[in-house]
Design a protein around this ligand. Structure first.
Ligand code: NAI
Length: 336
């Protein structure tokens, strides 16, 4: 079977890790027709628009999308391309697993949890205005529709992956109306999943528990901002941003990308760790039903990391992106 995949190189280290991931995916022998599309600063330069309509059309018309990170200026400039894409395409669920990797030493062993972040509303709704000079309002929108949809996604993920518990992370003690609604929706959806345990945790306590005992959690579901922050935290539990994948999922459509950004401090130097995007590529293969190829790549990444001789700077090594990519390809077992 042949797939058509939109490929968005993005900015900063994006083109380096996208190229590495593309090579690894192609080395499995799976037939992929790549449709290159631009987004971010590079698209602003080439198309005069950070998110050209042609890119959105490409994402809609292909089987899946593999995306490099895209840059967003702080405080000024165009709106985040990531937030805009997720909203325009209704990619409502951000799936961010955090799993310990062989050979990557961290404070905790055997971490295996999933952060599920609502991807379309909350404080990222883009509703900000200056009331009077010196006073700014940002609206945090929580709706029943989006809250029920993300809660259902969390429970379905737990069931599909044989996980036992979903925890709703919130701040409903203070944000009584908005997070109260989010929590109520989670409670309500939980009634349809009696095989999965359900509990809730206030976001500040969740942050403390994650850094003291991450094994307390299984699937965590939360609104946009909490998910953005806590998923970087959970990334730190398993080796950092260089090794954490993600998927933005809607109905019948998905964009796979690393959790990290454009890493401007190391861009263009061949130092980036492509593991996070390679693992995102594995999520993409599973989404497409290519389990065997996904397992082969996962095994190859584990083999290279466990051997420990070839690793990038973020994991304490001295290897380049290219050397690491070549090692992963060399470790790919033969197709059955
Ligand atoms: P960042 O994730 O780009 O970098 C944070 C730190 O992690 C840096 O020290 C960087 O070198 C390191 N790092 C990240 N990925 C790495 C990798 N694969 N290998 C080795 N080291 C890696 O976060 P930062 O600096 O806050 O953001 C930079 C830009 O990225 C901003 O414009 C931001 O808006 C954008 N961004 C884009 C995202 C996306 O497209 N999904 C997500 C997060 C940020």
């Amino acid at each position: 079977m042949s797939y058509s995949i939109t490929l968005i190189p993005g900015d900063g280290i994006g083109p380096e890790i996208v190229d590495a991931t593309r090579q690894v995916l192609e080395a499995t022998g799976i037939e992929i027709e790549w449709l290159e599309a631009s987004a971010g600063l590079s698209a602003l330069e080439s198309h005069g628009d950070p998110l050209p309509e042609s890119t959105l059309e490409a994402v809609k018309s292909t089987d899946a999308t593999l995306k490099g990170p895209t840059a967003t200026a702080k405080g000024t400039g165009f709106r985040s391309v990531n937030v805009a894409m997720r909203q325009k395409l209704e990619l409502y669920a951000n799936y961010r697993p955090a799993r310990s990797l062989p050979g990557v030493k961290t404070r905790f062993e055997d971490v295996d949890l999933v952060v599920i972040r609502e991807n379309t509303e909350g404080l990222y709704s883009g509703l900000e205005h200056t009331v009077v000079p010196g006073v700014v309002e940002s609206l945090r929108v929580i709706t029943t529709k989006a809250s029920r949809r993300i809660a259902k996604f969390a429970f379905e993920t737990a069931r599909r992956q044989g996980r036992s518990r979903v925890t709703c992370v919130h701040k409903a003690n203070i944000l009584k109306l908005s997070d109260g609604l989010f929590l109520d929706c989670c409670h309500d959806i939980a009634k349809d999943f009696t095989d999965i345990e359900f509990d809730d945790c206030i976001v500040d306590a969740a942050a403390m528990k994650l850094v003291s005992n991450p094994h307390t959690f299984d699937v965590m579901v939360m609104e946009n901002l909490f998910g953005d922050i806590l998923s970087d935290l959970t990334s730190g539990l398993v080796g950092g941003l260089g090794v954490t994948p993600s998927a933005n999922v809607g109905d019948g459509m998905a964009i796979f990308e690393a959790v990290h950004g454009t890493a401007p401090d190391i861009a263009g130097q061949g130092l980036a760790n492509p593991t996070a995007l390679i693992l995102s590529g594995i999520l993409m293969l599973r989404f497409l039903g290519e389990k065997e190829a996904a397992d082969r790549i996962e095994q190859a990444v584990h083999t290279v990391l466990e051997a420990g001789q070839i690793r990038t700077g973020d994991l304490g090594g001295t290897s380049s992106t290219v050397q690491y990519t070549e090692a992963v390809i060399a470790a790919l077992g033969p197709a059955n």
